[in-house]
Write a protein of this length. Structure first.
Length: 447
């Protein structure tokens, strides 16, 4: 029987867990925190500037010289592919996931995978390069995203939890440490007891996740998710909070009808007229970027073409739309009408990942010998992903959004963007294509 490791992911407060062992690190000092627009920001595990040079992975991974890390098109392709699988199981309800959050957690496992296991993960996630090159590229991208956040709060923390009787390969951890700032170099500093204290370990991990997500994700790992077979757990948590560059006037918020799949509902709808970047696709779909104050990050809202449901539209060409969000579009006067919404979503995403072609990683013949050579070997037992989002007149907390903006200048009357039917919502970095949150709002009244 294979021993297991579990992946956990939570967005906004996003945590990813994998493998069964845990590595702990002290929380950063408050003075080390990035500029925040929200009080009580969670701890951040920023990459360490003192980390030693990473060790290259075995030849199972692509050789040096190939592009490394996710290219914008690859990131969009992963987000769109996962959207289709989640949409199929969501049954017309709201959902939100964090593509970058999931990708980072799974990339930690990929760094220690070999053979078919590595190939399937790389194909689904759009990853290339050897360990050293990937780690360097990932570190640079994370630094770029932190800088792009500016005055918005963007906190990302990673942790590797290891059973106290187990040992992980130093070469693997070096690459993970450099790529994701995953704690101290000393692998033997602190371990947890999965073999005889799985439930206690679950509580410890959930507590860390809750702290890292500003108490938005409190129960990432459900009861029974860790067992005596667990050896390593990989977690990734992300918290975001940003205020709108142009806040909405609360006095202008009124209850208006929203055409939800289950029927029309009245929802509080915010109104604002101003200059925004807008894009209109050839098929009639419309997108608008709503910027955050003092930040390069934006929330993107996408409406399908009139007369076509979001399900019908997203089934055709969603990846192409996401990958070209910034190739077209112009700033123009827009009359915005956006509903307020708050909800949480998540659980196991193992079925969706398997549907994407990641199957060997969950099988008894999985090869994660780059993480640990102990017998029996490791396999992924599950991947848990939870998210939380709140959008109101002031801004976004723990949100996911996607948008394509295109329009022409010279229009006298403001373009109307009225989100009174199901739409897509993303939080992203237009500069490098990183998608932090991505979801569907089918009914703003749904909590």
């Amino acid at each position: 029987m294979k021993t297991t490791f579990a992946f956990l992911a939570a967005s906004l407060t996003a945590t990813l867990g994998g493998l069964a062992a845990c590595h702990s690190e002290p929380p950063p000092r408050a003075s080390d925190a990035a500029p925040s627009a929200a009080p009580s920001a969670p701890p951040s595990a920023a990459p360490s500037s003192t980390a030693s040079a990473p060790v290259s992975l075995p030849s199972d991974h692509a050789p040096p010289g190939l592009p490394v890390g996710p290219q914008p098109s690859k990131s969009a392709a992963f987000a769109a592919s996962l959207y289709a699988k989640v949409d199929a199981s969501a049954k017309g309800k709201n959902f939100l996931y964090a593509p970058e959050n999931l990708r980072e957690a799974l990339a930690m496992a990929w760094l220690g995978a070999k053979g078919q296991t590595a190939d399937e993960l790389a194909k689904a996630l759009g990853l290339q390069g050897d360990g050293k090159a990937f780690a360097a590229a990932e570190k640079a991208e994370r630094a770029e995203n932190v800088a792009a956040a500016g005055k918005a709060t963007l906190k990302v923390a990673n942790k590797v939890w290891v059973d106290k009787q187990s040992k992980v390969e130093e070469a693997w951890f070096e690459n993970v440490h450099v790529a994701f700032g995953n704690g101290p170099k000393d692998l033997g500093q602190e371990f947890t007891d999965f073999r005889t204290g799985a439930e206690a370990s679950r509580g410890t991990i959930n507590k860390w996740v809750s702290s890292a997500t500003n108490d938005k994700i409190s129960e990432l790992l459900p009861k029974g998710s860790l067992t005596q077979e667990t050896r390593v757990v990989l977690t990734n948590a992300v918290y975001f909070k940003g205020t709108w560059e142009k806040p909405f006037d609360k006095k202008a918020t009124v209850d208006e009808p929203f055409a939800a799949p289950s029927g029309s509902v009245k929802v509080p709808t915010m109104h604002k007229t101003g200059e925004y970047r807008v894009a209109k696709f050839d098929d009639g779909a419309l997108a608008v970027d709503v910027p955050y104050a003092g930040s390069q990050l934006v929330a993107t809202f996408i409406l399908p073409p009139t007369g076509k449901s979001l399900e019908e539209w997203s089934a055709t060409g969603l990846a192409d739309h996401l990958s070209t969000l910034d190739a077209t579009g112009q700033s123009m006067q827009v009359a915005l009408a956006l509903p307020k919404f708050t909800f949480g979503w998540g659980g196991s995403v193992k079925p969706q990942l398997q549907a994407l072609g990641i199957s060997n990683a969950f099988a008894d013949n999985a090869d994660f010998s780059g993480i640990s050579t102990e017998k029996p070997g490791l396999k992924i037992s599950d991947v848990f992903h939870k998210t939380f989002v709140a959008v109101d007149e002031e801004g976004t907390e723990a949100a996911a959004a996607t948008a394509v903006v295109m329009a022409t200048r010279g229009i006298v009357m403001p373009v109307a963007f009225k989100a009174d039917r199901p739409f897509l919502f993303l939080v992203r970095n237009p500069k490098n294509g990183t998608l932090f949150f991505f979801g569907r709002i089918a009914n703003p009244a749904q909590k």
